[in-house]
Design a protein around this ligand. Structure first.
Ligand code: OSB
Ligand code: MG
Length: 374
């Protein structure tokens, strides 16, 4: 395969409902859709799913676009090869900017899978099964609004509910959800780094609500303090923001900073690194260094409110065997009234089917994208 062109389209889609986290509230979502064409005429698509502002990670849409234009595309165009590791050579010397790398890397993966005539999930080494769908619900104006949203989500058969928390919106919503819907439905919380070690009493209270996990309670780059907090909690901690690489994942497992890892291809620089982090967790064994009884550390796939292009990649990734916990990938309609792929990504009885078509398996609506591109 020889890379002939790489184009980037900046889109901004209105969200069907505002999404609020501890770091900000969003009513629309920016994304860079990357379209790669090979000299054989194969098209590959990827998505850079960073936010428009550097509040989740240091990446943001405009900086990622610049990194792609100046530091990735010039080295990739004209490159010829047969496997991903070859094409990743120009990525290696560039520090950071993982979301920028991921969008381009995913487009290469899509083209490589299409060249082989294989669905991407199969090309990545995944198993043939439907993907359970979870939902990530933002901070709501009132507890009643949250109860309504969770009731709706359970009614639609979502397999796992995650709610965003922040100081002042934590114990009360969790307590009320447990009171209304019972102690056993699959519930977790995501703090997006809103707490510190001083909040140990609060975290200990959360420990009493049978949560599947507490996602990223402490600061976005911390691995050390999370280990101290995890040692005082029964509830597993899951790291999101803190894990940017295979080494970060290894440090966290060896230190006991978490018992679960959220893998987002954008945050870790693409699918290749996602798979390596998956493998590190899947092959982790008790007795390796600390012996904390953590065999096969489970992973799940997070999201960045991706358009259908990015979500098709997330679905493919989740076919790997270590993704034993339901992730954040919801059907198209949960995010956008007018998604940019066909067929629509739909959920049936709480699951999303894998496509049988080559590559990401969805048609990217280029006319629509060109029309709305910024
Ligand atoms: O922390 O997981 C997060 C969205 C934007 C930025 C960070 C996060 C999220 C989500 C939404 O939780 C997940 C999704 O539905 O794509
Ligand atoms: Mg998160």
């Amino acid at each position: 395969m020889k890379i002939e062109t790489i184009e980037t389209y900046h889109v901004r889609l209105p969200l069907v409902s505002p999404f609020a986290t501890s770091f900000g509230r969003f009513t629309e979502k920016d994304a860079l859709i990357v379209r790669l064409v090979t000299s054989e005429g194969i098209e590959g698509f990827g998505e850079t799913a960073s936010l428009s502002v550097p509040l989740y990670s240091s990446d943001f849409t405009d900086s990622d676009r610049m990194v792609q234009e100046r530091f990735l595309k010039p080295y990739l165009i004209g490159m010829e090869g047969t496997d991903i590791t070859h094409f990743l050579k120009p990525f290696a010397p560039i520090r950071g900017h993982n979301f920028a790398k991921a969008g381009v890397e995913m487009a290469i993966f899509d083209a490589l899978a299409k060249e082989k005539g294989m669905p991407l999930w199969q090309y990545l080494g995944g198993d043939d099964h439907d993907i359970p769908s979870g939902i990530s619900l933002g901070i709501m104006p009132t507890i009643d609004a949250l109860v309504k949203a969770v009731g709706d989500a359970l009614g639609e058969n979502y397999q796992r509910i995650k709610i965003k928390i922040k100081p002042g919106w934590d114990i009360e919503p969790v307590k009320e959800l447990r009171r209304v819907f019972g102690n056993d439905f699959p519930l977790m919380v995501d703090a997006n780094s809103a707490y510190s070690q001083e909040d140990m009493p609060l975290l200990r209270k959360l420990d009493g609500y049978n949560l599947l996990m507490i996602e990223q309670p402490l600061s976005n780059d911390d691995i050390y303090d999370h280990a101290k907090v995890q040692s005082q909690l029964r509830t597993p901690i899951c790291l999101d923001e803190s894990i940017h690489s295979v080494d970060d994942a290894r440090y966290a497992l060896e230190l006991g900073s978490c018992k679960i890892i959220n893998i987002k291809p954008g945050r870790v620089g693409g699918l290749y690194n996602s798979i390596r982090i998956h493998d590190t967790c899947y092959n982790h064994r008790d007795g390796s260094f600390t012996g904390r009884g953590m065999d096969r550390v489970p992973v799940w796939c997070g999201g960045m409110l991706e358009t259908g292009v990015g979500r098709a990649h997330l679905l493919a990734l989740q076919s790997l065997p270590g993704f034993t916990i339901t992730g954040d990938t919801s059907p198209g309609k949960r995010y956008y009234s007018d998604d940019i792929v066909e067929p629509e990504i739909v959920m049936k009885k709480g699951f999303i089917e894998q496509s049988r078509e080559p590559g990401i398996g969805y048609t990217v609506l280029m006319d629509k994208i060109k029309e709305i591109a910024l």
